[in-house]
Each structure stands twice: as structure tokens, then as C-alpha cells.
Design a protein around this ligand. Structure first.
Ligand code: 5GP
Ligand code: ZN
Length: 138
């Protein structure tokens, strides 16, 4: 555990939190400043700064946990949808450098904004970039 990492301290139980789920690998807690009531964060117990550093076993287990929690949110909150959000790096909005997934309940006419201006590619640009990225996937 990184003693100066707030999410390590929460996941390890050193700092109390409103937890909704816990297993050997993860703890899921209520976000302290929610985008909407019922906004949940899933924290791996083992520290990694971000998705790029997350170990592959945790990565493989995470979506199953997210799915279970999302189903419980839908049932309890009667929300209309859920955003699964995960920020990596300051430029992407990451403020706590311990990997975490957001599960944000959404309602048809809520004021939560997760949006961008749609861009565009020149002819062949998307395919060229896809090829370059594909070569780096291993
Ligand atoms: P990020 O911007 O890094 O993706 O998200 C960090 C999230 O952690 C924010 O939504 C913020 O409200 C939440 N957060 C920060 N500190 C604490 C804390 O001490 N306890 C809880 N429960 N949530 C926190
Ligand atoms: Zn940590």
C-alpha cells in the first residue's frame, strides 16, 4: 500500500468509506462528490497509477465487477442509464492517481455532461492511423 495514496488507504480500510462491494481484489465506494447520487468508484486494492500500469489479472476481473454493481444501481436507483468512465492522466481528467472506474447513474433529463465536439477524418486518415496503432498492439 502507498501510505500517501488516499485510495490505497480507503481500499485497505484505513480510512472509512461508504462501501457497496468488496472482494479479495476490489472495493467499490460511493464517490465523495458525486456527479449524481449513487455515483460509485471501483478501486483495486493493489495500487497502480492508471490503466496503463494495471496488472492484467485485475483488468480481466474488473468488468465483471462493474457489471454486477451497475445492475444493482439500475435496480435500486431506477436510473435510465449508467456511464462507465475511467480517466488516465491529468489531461484526461484524472485527479486521484490510483486506478479507478466511475459508475455514474444517468437520467433522461439530467444535467451531467460527458461530451465532446465531434471531429472528422480526411479520406484514408482513419484507416492509416488504425494500421499504425494496430501494429503496436501486443
Ligand atoms: P478522477 O477525476 O481521478 O477520475 O476521479 C476521482 C474521484 O474521486 C472524484 O470523482 C472525486 O470526487 C473522488 N474522490 C476524491 N477523493 C475522495 C475520497 O476521499 N473519498 C471518496 N469516496 N471519493 C473521493
Ligand atoms: Zn493507491
Amino acid at each position: 500500500m502507498a501510505s500517501n495514496c488516499i485510495f490505497c488507504r480507503i481500499a485497505g480500510g484505513e480510512i472509512p468509506s461508504a462501501a457497496v462491494y468488496e472482494d479479495e481484489y476490489f472495493k467499490a465506494i460511493m464517490d465523495i462528490a458525486p456527479a449524481a447520487k449513487g455515483h460509485i468508484l471501483i478501486l483495486p486494492k493493489k495500487h497502480s497509477d492508471n490503466l496503463l500500469e494495471l496488472d492484467s489479472e485485475s483488468a480481466a476481473r474488473l468488468l465483471a465487477v462493474a457489471q454486477k454493481i451497475a445492475k444493482a444501481q439500475m435496480e435500486e436507483l431506477k436510473c435510465d442509464g449508467i456511464n462507465l468512465l475511467q480517466n488516465n492522466g491529468e489531461a484526461a481528467g484524472q485527479t486521484v492517481n490510483h486506478f479507478h472506474i466511475h459508475l455514474i447513474p444517468r437520467y433522461k433529463s439530467d444535467q451531467v455532461k460527458i461530451s465532446w465536439q465531434q471531429g472528422a477524418y480526411a479520406d484514408g486518415e482513419a484507416a492509416g492511423l488504425a494500421e499504425k496503432i494496430a501494429k503496436r498492439i501486443n
